[in-house]
Ligand binder design. Structure first.
Ligand code: 5GP
Length: 185
């Protein structure tokens, strides 16, 4: 049976979230708008927003990719509010090639926020194709496929409260490959 490996425990995640929350609070004493990218960033956002001790608003957007690995994306659920003149932090689950974040920075930047910064739970910087400014980052990771705490494979595993490293070829063969190990049943 293939096994996924714990990469970040609950305690690790809590430490990373607390640190990012402090950094955001220090950077925006007058408040900030956190824009989360659905769906993977939801658990991270929910924790970060409570670790920030300045006024915060949240908004959400969702994107879909036209084709795997092209990085060409399109907004399928747009923000509810206006970002004009606001201090905005874009919150992502993981930055891999950087193509998604680059696209989103372009889209939101055109709407003329006062400032626009980026925040991610995980940074797979060795995989970067386009240089991507990442202001707030909880953890850097190696080139591994990760699951849990919002991160999915084929919509599975998002609700795990730790981050695991799995084998992508195992998951491609069987998306449920780690279900027996990681869930009761
Ligand atoms: P990028 O455009 O930076 O290459 O990709 C970012 C997106 O790819 C993330 O928001 C996430 O949806 C997906 N992604 C990249 N690496 C991983 C990974 O290791 N695990 C999971 N579950 N998704 C990933």
């Amino acid at each position: 049976m293939p096994e996924a490996r714990v990469l970040f425990t609950r305690d690790d995640l809590a430490d990373g979230v607390a640190r990012v929350g402090r950094e955001i609070s220090d950077a925006y004493p007058d408040g900030v708008l956190l824009v989360a990218v659905l769906k993977g960033s939801v658990p991270f956002l929910a924790d970060v927003v409570r670790a920030v001790d300045v006024p915060v608003e949240v908004d959400f957007l969702a994107i879909s990719k036209y084709a795997a690995d092209t990085g060409r994306a399109r907004i399928v659920k747009d923000l509810d509010g206006d970002v004009l003149g606001r201090d905005v932090v874009l919150v992502e689950d993981i930055i891999d090639t950087g193509l998604t974040l680059t696209y989103l920075l372009g889209e939101i930047g055109r709407r003329e926020p006062r400032s626009l910064e980026t925040c991610a739970l995980l940074d797979k910087s060795v995989r970067r194709i386009v240089p991507t400014p990442l202001r707030f980052r909880a953890f850097e990771i190696a080139d591994e496929f990760v699951l849990g705490y919002g991160l999915d494979f084929a919509e599975r595993y998002r609700n795990l409260d730790e981050v695991f490293a799995g084998d992508i070829s195992v998951l491609r063969d069987d998306p449920d490959a780690y279900v027996h190990q990681l869930y009761r049943g």
